[in-house]
Write a protein that binds this ligand. Structure first.
Ligand SMILES: *[C@@H]1O[C@H](CO)[C@@H](O)[C@H](O)[C@H]1NC(C)=O
Ligand SMILES: *[C@@H]1O[C@H](CO)[C@@H](O)[C@H](O)[C@H]1NC(C)=O
Ligand SMILES: *[C@@H]1O[C@H](CO)[C@@H](O)[C@H](O)[C@H]1NC(C)=O
Ligand SMILES: [Zn+2]
Length: 473
C-alpha cells in the first residue's frame, strides 16, 4: 500500500502515529490519474492573513518576479466567516463553510459550556471530519502521495485516514521565526517533493496575520513581515531550482483572509452587549463573544424572540440575524453547529460581551464583500500562463483548480473550474485579456513616450511657424 511510516522525529514535529488506514481498492480511481510523466506536482502555500494588496506599498522583488513568471489574481474572495480554520478548510475542500462544518476556529459544546481554542480544536477529529474530505485524502484515495505541514486540518483523521506525511506544530510554536520558515521550505522541497516524491503538499505560515492583529494592517511591522514573506518566497524558488523541480512543480500561494484596522478609543462607539438596554445574559444559554467581528448566541428556551428584538437595531454597526435569515450570499446559515442568533459587526468593529476586551489593532472575520477581507493569490509553474493578471474569483474555486492540476476527480464542491481555468497555459488567452503589471507599465512608458514625442513635434512646428511669421513680418 501507499502508506508511508515516518519514524523521524523533528524538534517541533508531531508525526502521525502510523495508524493504518482501512485497506481500500484504488483500482476504480486510478484510471482517472494521468501517467506520472504528464502530471506535475503541486505545492499549496498559505501565508495567514496576507491581504490582497499587501504587496502594494512594500518592496517585494521576489513576488514581482513570481508575477512575471506566472499568474497573479487581483484578489480572491474567501468564504464567510473570514477566519483561519474555516477558511483554510474551504481552500482544501472547495466547500462553503456551512457545507463543510468547520464553522469557527473554536470548538464548543453548548450543553457543557466547554470550549477549545484554535490549537486544541485541531485535534478534535469529529469537528473536521464532518462529511467533506480535504484534497489530501481524495488524492491519496486516487493513488497520489500527499503531505501537509502546519496547515489547519492536518492533525485530524478523516473517515479513518490521515494525510500520509505530516508535521503538526507544537503548542508553543513560534509562527514568526524566519529561520524555521526556511527549515520548513527545505523539508517540503528537498525531502518531501524530491526525496519522497510526493505529488501534493500544503504548507502553512502563521504570518503576516499575527503582525496584522498586533500592530494593524498599515503598520511598519506588517511591512517588515511582508518583506520576510517575500524573502522566503525567493528562498523557496531558489530551492525549487536547485532541486531541479522548476519544470515539474506548480506552486500556488494564497491566504485565508485579509485584515482590517480596528477602531478604538472614545469615539469608536464600541459594541458591548451588556450595555444594550433590556439585553440580559440571564436569557442566554451559551455565547461565543469577544472573539472578534462575529458573535453567536444560543438564547435559553423561549427567549429567542425577546433577545432578537432587543438586539436588532440596537447599534448602528451591529447586524443581528436569526440563523435562517442570514443573507444567502454569505453561505453561513445551514449548518447545525451554527447558533440560532448570529451577530456581525461592520468592518472595524468587534462584538464584545461585558467589556471591550479586544486589544488588537487589526482583525478579520468580517463580511467577505469588504475589500479588506480579500485574499492574496499567485501561481507559478509549468501548467500556468506567464505574466498574466486575472480577475477575482472565489476561494472555493481554488479546489477544482488543484484537482485539475493533480488530475484527480474532485469531491462534491461549491467551486467552479470555469472561473479559474483561464490561468492555465493549456487555455488560449482570450482576445483582450489583461496581462500583468509589467506589460501595463510598458504600455504606460510607451504611452508617455508617444505623448512626449507628440508635444515635442507640436513645439517644433509652433516654433518654426513663429520664426516663419517673424521673418515674414
Ligand atoms: C456536548 O455535551 C453533551 C453532554 O455531555 C453531549 O451529550 C453532546 O454529545 C456534546 N456535543 C458535542 C458536539 O460534543
Ligand atoms: C456533522 O456535524 C453535525 C453536528 O455536529 C452532526 O449532526 C452531523 O451528523 C455531522 N455529519 C457528519 C457527516 O459527520
Ligand atoms: C425595555 O423593556 C421595557 C419593559 O418591557 C420597555 O418598556 C422598554 O421600552 C424597553 N426598552 C427598549 C429600549 O427596548
Ligand atoms: Zn488566518
Amino acid at each position: 500500500m501507499l502508506l508511508v511510516c515516518l519514524t523521524v522525529l523533528g524538534l517541533n514535529a508531531y508525526y502521525s502515529p502510523c495508524a493504518a488506514a482501512p485497506p481500500r481498492d484504488h483500482s476504480l480511481h486510478l484510471k482517472s490519474v494521468p501517467p506520472t510523466s504528464t502530471r506535475n506536482k503541486l505545492l499549496l502555500i498559505s501565508f495567514d492573513g496576507f491581504r490582497w494588496d499587501y504587496d502594494r506599498n512594500t518592496d517585494t522583488p521576489h513576488l514581482d518576479k513570481m508575477a512575471e513568471d506566472g499568474v497573479k489574481a487581483t484578489y480572491v474572495t474567501p468564504s464567510f466567516i473570514t477566519i483561519t480554520s474555516p477558511s483554510h478548510f474551504t481552500m482544501v475542500t472547495g466547500r462553503h463553510i456551512e457545507n463543510h462544518g468547520v464553522i469557527h476556529n473554536m470548538w464548543f459544546n453548548t450543553t457543557t459550556q466547554e470550549r477549545k481554542q484554535y490549537y486544541q480544536t485541531q485535534f478534535v477529529d469529529s469537528y473536521w471530519d464532518n462529511g467533506s474530505l480535504p484534497i489530501w485524502i481524495t488524492a491519496q484515495r486516487q493513488g497520489l502521495k500527499t503531505g501537509s505541514l502546519h496547515f489547519p486540518g492536518t492533525a485530524a483523521t478523516y473517515r479513518g485516514e490521515t494525510v500520509m506525511v505530516r508535521q503538526v506544530e507544537s503548542p508553543v510554536y513560534d509562527y514568526s521565526d524566519e529561520a524555521d520558515w526556511r527549515m520548513n521550505v527545505d523539508k517540503v522541497i528537498g525531502e518531501w517533493f524530491n526525496q519522497q516524491d510526493l505529488d501534493f503538499v500544503s504548507l502553512y505560515f502563521g504570518e503576516p496575520d499575527l503582525a496584522g492583529h498586533k500592530y494593524g494592517p498599515d503598520s511598519p511591522e506588517v511591512r517588515e513581515m511582508v518583506k520576510q514573506v517575500d524573502r522566503t518566497i525567493g528562498y523557496m524558488r531558489d530551492k525549487i531550482q536547485e532541486q531541479g523541480l522548476t519544470e515539474r512543480l506548480n506552486v500556488i500561494i494564497t491566504t485565508d483572509h485579509g485584515m482590517s484596522t480596528i477602531f478604538r478609543g472614545e469615539q469608536a462607539n464600541q459594541i458591548i452587549l451588556s450595555k444594550i438596554p433590556n439585553f440580559s445574559f440571564r436569557d442566554i444559554q451559551f455565547q461565543l463573544l469577544d472573539y472578534g467581528s462575529v458573535g453567536m448566541l444560543l438564547p435559553k428556551e423561549g427567549k429567542l424572540e425577546k433577545v432578537y428584538q432587543v438586539l436588532k437595531g440596537s447599534h448602528p454597526h451591529l447586524h443581528v440575524y436569526k440563523k435562517e435569515e442570514m443573507p444567502e450570499r454569505l453561505h453561513y446559515s445551514k449548518h447545525p453547529r451554527l447558533l440560532p442568533l448570529i451577530l456581525i459587526a461592520d468592518t472595524g468593529y468587534i462584538v464584545n460581551g461585558f467589556l471591550p476586551l479586544n486589544y488588537n489593532k487589526g482583525d478579520h472575520g468580517f463580511d467577505n464583500e469588504a475589500l479588506d477581507m480579500k485574499a492574496f493569490f499567485r501561481a507559478v509553474g509549468p501548467d500556468f500562463h506567464k505574466n498574466l493578471l486575472v480577475d477575482p474569483f472565489d476561494m472555493t474555486d481554488v479546489y477544482p483548480l488543484m484537482c485539475h492540476l493533480l488530475g484527480i476527480n474532485p469531491e462534491v464542491n461549491d467551486g467552479h473550474f470555469d472561473n479559474v481555468k483561464r490561468m492555465l497555459a493549456s487555455e488560449k488567452l482570450p482576445e483582450g485579456d489583461r496581462v500583468a503589471e509589467n506589460n501595463t507599465s510598458m504600455q504606460v512608458v510607451t504611452g508617455l513616450a508617444v505623448t512626449v514625442g507628440f508635444l515635442a513635434l507640436v513645439f517644433v512646428v509652433a516654433t518654426s511657424y513663429n520664426v516663419w511669421k517673424k521673418r515674414r513680418a
